[in-house]
Design a protein around this ligand. Structure first.
Ligand code: C5P
Length: 406
């Protein structure tokens, strides 16, 4: 899983996983891992059909506990005589993945003829459902009606993907990526304290072309920005990412504007900013761009005495600060190698920011391409904090906490 999905800190939260019969049942094992890595406790119910594909023992082996099977199975009975009620009493979220057409039909109609459907009926909390089935079963008007009913009833749907399915057919019915399902579960466990906020995040490097095949750039992976975007998304914000070229993927519920150059990023941000409540600038924008050699490739035979001229790029964040309205909040980042505190203070003022998060990129475990950062935080009110080295996901979570303290 990519680093920006690696949110931990859900200590003590309990997830109940329901697994139905599908060739995709084995992917539920990755879900167990993902939720355990996020510090959740995981229990599971494996339906009879699912147990034909993956054994309940595999779920136990990975750390799911308890693992329920049939209603009247001896092992399940040993755990509790009221196993069909237990997830509803102990867990904060139920995630059914993969969900078969059969189980979806039961959920939509209140049937309770096996352990999983009983547990779902007795579960009042949020229920995430991620279907997997043959495309013709998914397209069938009966399944469509059942699915619409689940949406009306407040189930959280993670729609299947389109592509080739196990039987060789092509169409919609493939289980959504594990990351998407995991994220839907985490969102259901997260405080929705950014609900209704429109948040824009710039991230990644920019790429400034010089000739037809060469460009000027930097090694930013975009991870810190992706963590900021993801944390805001989990906490209920409407998130738009303005991304330079990166290898990152984002959940389908997020808007992503892909750009290459600083000028393109600037245009996209200027365009979006008036409709945003918060902007967070984590992009490592190239401060200068080379003056274009031309539309062709510069040949190495021409290279004697080669020199490249640079011109300054717009400071995107500063531009947003100039037009910032009273209700808007602006967060900047600063990568420094010296005088962190004074540089942070200078940038906070000169760019009209509400909060700046600075880090010493010369330190090990801080900056480009790492999964951790060691931050110095300064806000407009003069509040300052030095944080220990933390995963970027944790830094992002704390920064949103900090902003909410306003
Ligand atoms: O001035 P400096 O580049 O150190 O400021 C860093 C902050 O400004 C970061 O938040 C970065 O995303 C933003 N920035 C920008 N446009 C630039 C340069 C930096 O938005 N051209």
């Amino acid at each position: 899983m990519q680093a920006h999905y690696g949110f931990a800190g859900f200590m003590g939260k309990r997830v109940h996983l329901g697994v139905c019969g599908s060739i995709a049942a084995y992917r539920a094992l990755d879900l167990v891992r993902a939720f355990l890595d996020a510090d959740c406790m995981v229990s599971a119910t494996v339906t009879d059909a699912a147990a034909r594909f993956v054994t309940p023992l595999s779920f136990e082996g990975l750390g799911a506990s308890p693992v329920y099977t049939g209603m009247f199975d001896a092992a399940t009975e040993r755990e509790s005589a009221f196993g069909h009620l237990e997830p509803g009493q102990t867990c904060e979220v139920m995630v059914i993945a993969p969900a078969s057409a059969n189980t979806i039909a039961k959920l939509a109609n209140g049937l309770a003829d096996d352990m999983l459907s009983c547990q779902a009926l007795a579960f009042a909390g949020p229920k995430v459902v991620a279907p997997a089935m043959n495309p013709r079963m998914w397209a069938n008007p009966v399944t469509r009606r059942n699915w619409d009913m689940l949406e009306k009833l407040g189930f959280i749907g993670v729609v299947p993907e389109t592509g080739k399915v196990a039987c060789g057919d092509t169409g919609t019915g493939r289980l959504a990526p594990v990351e998407e399902i995991f994220l839907a579960g985490l969102k259901a466990l997260s405080p929705q304290d950014l609900n209704g906020k429109r948040v824009m995040v710039t991230l990644g490097p920019t790429r400034e072309p010089w000739d037809a095949v060469r460009f000027w750039s930097n090694p930013s992976s975009g991870t810190m920005g992706a963590c900021m975007a993801m944390a805001a998304y989990l906490r209920g914000a409407e998130v738009t990412v303005v991304a330079g070229p990166t290898a990152l993927s984002f959940p389908s519920g997020m808007s992503v504007v892909q750009v290459q150059t600083a000028q393109q990023m600037n245009a996209a941000c200027q365009d979006l900013w008036p409709s945003m409540d918060v902007a967070c600038a984590t992009a490592a924008v190239a401060d200068f761009r080379p003056v274009l050699y031309g539309p062709d490739k510069f040949k190495k035979e021409q290279g004697d005495g080669l020199h490249v001229d640079f011109v300054p790029n717009p400071d995107i964040l500063k531009g947003l600060g100039v037009s910032k309205q009273g209700y808007q909040r602006l967060i900047g980042f600063a990568a420094e190698t010296r005088n962190i505190k004074s540089e942070a203070s200078r940038k906070l003022k000169s760019k009209n920011l509400d909060l700046i998060a600075a880090n010493d990129v010369s330190r090990e475990g801080s900056g480009f391409g790492t999964a951790t950062n060691q931050m110095y935080i300064l806000d407009k009110a003069g509040r300052q904090e030095s944080w220990p080295k933390l995963p970027k996901t944790e830094v992002a979570w704390r920064l949103w906490d900090h902003l909410l303290l306003d």
